[in-house]
Ligand binder design. Structure first.
Ligand code: PGA
Length: 258
């Protein structure tokens, strides 16, 4: 069997459990994810970003589900109260770190300077960043050009970063869609997907180890559309990924995509 990787030739579905679950709920849900049959695992690569405490508990049990962290520190060790060392994430069996989620940017005021340091430390630890970008409702209502400009600014943070040979995952998550039940149309998603590719190409970082995911109110009824019609190669799933049946149905809906 090929070793698990974020860059297999099938859709990538990352469950972002945020701060939704207790430790014991995480352990139980993770165990249920492991029981998904081969049919599900052949439809897509499944990855989970649990809380940092849960990650340490889950790591040794992983076989068919990749693990990663919701946050990564700016250094591997040192006087950084609260931060989660990327090195610890790696030794706990993690293979990726989410960087720049809109909740981090908006609620916790994470700046581009900080995010750039997180990206660098992620690569230094041998992990792959899942770098989140996306526009606010305000920018969305201004139209496509404004959205593209915003994404260009957010993605330019990747310029000159060392480590792309390890690959990169971009998650396009319109802020107005996260947790709201509303999403862009598939046609809008496709236009954005194409723009992101164009921007990455301009930055010289578009290759086979680049994945572009959609995130924001993903459910079983829209999941396949973002891949089929929107062009994305995977999904970052929040709320629905914390409910086993919902997550299973999303994966099931991707069965014929590979
Ligand atoms: P949601 O969250 O699926 O609950 O909208 C997605 C995310 O924030 O990653």
């Amino acid at each position: 069997m090929k070793p698990l990787s974020l860059f297999q030739k099938k859709p990538l579905c990352i469950a972002n459990w945020k701060q939704y679950l207790t430790l014991s709920e995480s352990v139980r849900l993770y165990a249920r994810f492991q029981t998904l049959g081969t049919r599900y695992f052949s439809s897509c690569t499944i990855a989970v970003a649990p809380s940092a405490i849960s990650l340490a508990m889950l790591s040794s049990k992983s076989s068919s589900v990749l693990l990663g962290a919701q946050q990564g520190g700016i250094a591997q060790a040192g006087a950084y109260t609260v931060e989660i060392s990327p090195r610890d994430t790696r030794t706990s069996g993690g293979s990726f770190v989410i960087v720049g989620h809109s909740e981090r940017r908006q609620i916790f005021g994470e700046t581009d300077v900080l995010l750039r340091q997180r990206l660098e430390a992620t690569y230094e630890a041998g992990l792959v960043p899942v770098y989140c970008v996306g526009e606010s409702r305000d920018i969305y209502t201004k139209g496509f050009r404004a959205v593209k400009k915003h994404l260009t600014t957010q993605l330019s943070l990747l310029k000159g970063l060392n480590g792309f040979q390890k690959g990169i995952v971009i998650a396009y998550e319109p802020v107005w869609s996260i947790g709201s039940g509303t999403t862009p149309t598939f046609a809008e998603a496709l236009a954005i997907y194409r723009s992101i590719r164009e921007i990455l190409d301009g930055l010289g970082i578009l290759d086979t180890k680049t994945r572009i995911l959609y995130g924001g109110s993903v459910q079983k009824d829209n999941a396949a559309g973002f891949l089929h019609e929107g062009g994305f190669s995977g999904l970052l799933i929040g709320g629905a990924s914390t409910r086993f049946a919902d997550f299973r149905d999303i994966i099931h809906s991707l069965e014929h995509i590979v």
